[in-house]
Ligand binder design. Sequence first.
Ligand code: TRP
Ligand code: ZN
Length: 898
Amino acid sequence: MADTATPNVIRRADYAPPAFLIDTVALEFDLVPERTVVRNTMRVRRNPDASRAANLELMGEQLEFVGAALDGAPFANAHAHEHGLTLDNVPDNFELTLTSLCNPAENTTLSGLYVSGGNFFTQCEAEGFRRITYFLDRPDVMATFTVTLRANKADYPVLLSNGNLLEEGDLPDGRHFARWEDPFRKPSYLFALVAGKLVALEERVKSGSGKEKLLQVWVEPHDLDKTRHAMDSLINSIRWDEARFGLELDLDRFMIVAVSDFNMGAMENKGLNIFNTKYVLANPETATDTDFANIEAVVGHEYFHNWTGNRVTCRDWFQLSLKEGLTVFRDQEFSADMAGGATDEAARATKRIEDVRVLRQMQFAEDAGPMAHPVRPESYVEINNFYTMTVYEKGSEVVRMYQTLFGRDGFRKGMDLYFKRHDGQAVTCDDFRHALADANGRDLAQFERWYSQAGTPRVSVRTRYDTAQQRYSMTLAQGYGEAAPAARETQKGPLLIPFAIGLIGKDGADLPLQLEGEAQAGKATTRVLEFTQTEQTFTFVNVAQEPLPSLLRNFSAPVIVEYDYSADQLAFLLAHDGDPFNRWEAGQRLATRELLTLAGRAATGVPLQLEDSVVAAFARVLTDESLSPSFRELALMLPSEAYLAEQMAESNPAAVHAARQFVRKRLANALRKDWLAVYEKHRTPGAYEATPEASGHRALKNLALSYLAELDDPAEAIRLASAQYDAANNMTDRSAALSALLNASAANGGSVQAQQALDDFYRRFEKEPLVIDKWFALQATQRGSAQRPVIEIVRKLMAHPAFNLKNPNRARSLIFSFCAANPSQFHAEDGSGYAFWADQVIALDAINPQVAARLARSLELWRRFTPTLRDGMRAALEKVASQVKSRDVREIVEKALA
Ligand code: TRP
Ligand code: ZN
């Protein structure tokens, strides 16, 4: 009954096994852009483990039904409707052939079968397969697939699908065909086909057991010179999964295909991964160091899905984090191992810091708003809206906690048992947890709460040192603070939190750790406390001096730690903590505290000032040549405006911007000589190298340049940036120089040099869409001023001939960059940003609901903003709510307004 108000909510509790199973699928495609014919022959039988249904209900969307045959005879009792096809009174076991039509040329949703750049591509996760043919389009229905592709040979010389190529040949009328077979059972969301004018970089490698594998990276011909890094990343991924998890590539051939119209990063279709070009194409002239790192991570991620996702898949979409959280964890570990091996803790920490920054800035914000949900959600309206930071990034933290609790070896044992039990199955997050628990002889019932409770836990810490007894006690208390209503409903009790700590002595070295009841101190000076109660005290004995606690080392759990450090203590930790993550964290805490104080002052018009001691703490990091450049870059980068605004009682983007700019200017002016020295010292002359060391130097040097661009007199920065722009032999340096030029003179309405560089950049890279995306993004995220608000620049760029709303990368480069990555300009008091946002959400909704829904999320935290902005935000949300049609956007704006 309660369901009548919200008829379209899908609930985890309602899961029921499918009434029918499909064992084999033979698909035949006659590929024509406006009118593709799909013939689908399936072996269907009743599911012995489900309750009996007379009718077979297949899902289907945007299909034109042509006809059905059952066991070879025409079947009249098939009724097509808006959501699929109903077949009345079917037998227990039969062959079903369905014929239907679809229109890939007009498919702008980029879900199902679509045309991009004149070629055919598919995207089936989560529910796109039903836009290709009628099917039981749910992940617990697994079948083996044979696929025959037929198309005009001149237009579509390459025909690809999952698995192994069985045969290919010519047909009459200039057509040809290819037949593919995937030997592994798979759910429909892992189906893929590609057809068109593409070329491949090929490599043959031997896998661990000595079998030869063919690896291919397919791209448009002019992009072949940008495939080497993706191929190297693939080979490294294959080696890494063998070495770290004993997992081998199971197909003879593994293909990656790049497409420029794509809703997300990439897709793990069995043996035929389809990627956004952004995560494949790179050479030093077109891609930044960050792009190179992202490509390595995403190639790894999709490759690792072959075991965590494909061989063992999800029973239903509520279990999405089973594959995504686990696979993000695996790609994070892969990147850390590639950067620092298993033992270089400082290099590994760089990756950890970057990942935690993303988690805290994006996932914590999600958990504090109307879209808050547990890692395993309880309900959804549109599953595409639940490919979230929580499912991916918090899900990865949940997996990481098993490893923190059991060690690498214990985690590996759990993974081995998981595959032993579940290879070839569609399973749940509980199955994963049970495998980890059983392999390590542990009861992990309490740990389940990490999957079912939303919101970010807070751990507050009280410490007490007893000089006479030499005892040090640490009392931890956990709770959720003031959680958003969506999260509060899910919160039932305390979590098992692996809380890693160290105790630091007066000389900056770690003290030995001996918990009360232990015979002696252990060797390790970092200890993982298992914190399971609402409040719990851990007492250390034989503590010779009052220590300074280093809390939540390496960010051992996705929580907020509350502890009253003094500014001096934070400066001490920043200089000495033996845990590189916490060393960085101390600097962030120090900066965050100062910045929030300043933002509070800015909001009330009080003049700003910054203590010399804070400047001195940053100066020490800047000039400490014993620290790695990449660490220094991360430590000297201030917390983002979005993160800071989130920490305020009432988010005030203008005040945060003023405070952050004040601190940047203060650090720039006070440490001008040091920034200049660092800038000179960390240049990387000569040929471009993509190593972590070289990219660390570039990162620190370019951070120095960005600080120099804040100097009261920008002339010097403009001179340096212009020279760097002209001399650059790589995109990292060229785009950093352009960004510095744009920002150096923003307050004065821009500079000639900035305009010249912008024009040069466009001309130079006109034929490189991914670089033109950067050109749009740099302008959308640049600093603005009262005379020159960025919204005006963005509006002009919307009319630029190179702008195209239908291409998600381009839409993201301009619209999302402005709405989500330039907060002080987007949240202009006159509401111009919100009006722009509403127009774009509405326009995108008609083209591509998935992309529109992502953009719609940029106003979801509206209730947390300062009252002067709230009304404008609500009005914009209401306008969108009254005009959009898609389920995707409706779910977002209705939850935001509820
Ligand atoms: N499963 C993909 C990944 O994480 C992501 C994905 C889900 C996706 N749905 C999608 C990609 C839709 C593109 C379009 O690797
Ligand atoms: Zn994934």
